[in-house]
Design a protein around this ligand. Sequence first.
Ligand SMILES: [Zn+2]
Ligand SMILES: [Zn+2]
Length: 264
Amino acid sequence: MQSLLTEQMRLLMIVVLCGLLWSLESVVPLYRFQNSRVRHALPNVALTLLLVLTNLALSFSSASLAEFSVRHGIGLFFIADLSAWSQAVLGVLALDLFAYFAHVLLHKSWLGWQFHRVHHSESTVDVTTAFRQHPGESVWRILWQLAAILIFGIPLWVVIVYLVLAGLNAQMEHANIRMNGNLDRFLRLIVVTPHMHKVHHSRDQRETDSNYSNIFSFWDRLFGTYTPEIDFGKLRYGLDGFDDKERQSLRGLLKMPFISYTRA
Ligand SMILES: [Zn+2]
Ligand SMILES: [Zn+2]
C-alpha cells in the first residue's frame, strides 16, 4: 500500500480531484461568487504549497514513530491480534477522532483560534479553501496525528491511507457544489458532505461552533456538535473584521495569527 501511495501519487490525486471539482463548480455551483476565481485562489494555492512542505518536513516524524510503535509493540492495537483490515478500519477511525479533537481545540482555545482564523476568514469557500491553513495549524494537526499513532500503535501504511482519504474528502467538502438533498442526507450518515461542512464556515458563530468532523460525520452526532440543516439562502461565509484585501493577501493570512482581534 505504501509503495502504491507514494508522495507523488498522493499529490497527483489531489491535483486531479481539484481539477475535477473546480470544473464541477462551474456547472452546479452552490453560490455564484462575483470575484475572479483565479485571483481568489492564489493565496489559497500558496498556503496549500506551504502545507505540502510542512507535511514533507515532518513526515519523517510520523514514519519514525509508527515504525517505533510497531517494532516495540506499543499502543492499544497490540493488546489484540488485529488483522490488517481491522488495523486499517480502527486506525482510520482513531486518526479521524483525534482530528475532531484537534479541530474543536482550534476553536475553543485562544491560541488555536488565532491560527484557525486563516481557514475561517474565507468569504468565498470553494475547493481551493480545503488546504487554506496556516503552517502553525498544520504543525498542531500533525502533533495530534503523532499522539494517535503512539497511543493506538497505528502502522505507517494506515496513516498514509488516512491522509489520502482526509485530503480527498477535504476537497469534496469545501467544493462550491450544490448536491442533491437526498444524496447529501444519505452520504452524511457516514461522511462529512459539502453541505454539512459549509455550515461550519458560517459567519454566525452558533453555526461555526458545530460540524467539526473531518471525514466521518458521526463524531459530531456523538459529541452533540451537529447542525443538520441551515438555510443556504441566508448563509454568509467568513469572519467579521477580516474581509479587507490586505488581510486576505498571502502576507495578511500569514500574519493573521499574530494580530489581536477579539470576536464581538
Ligand atoms: Zn474550524
Ligand atoms: Zn473548512
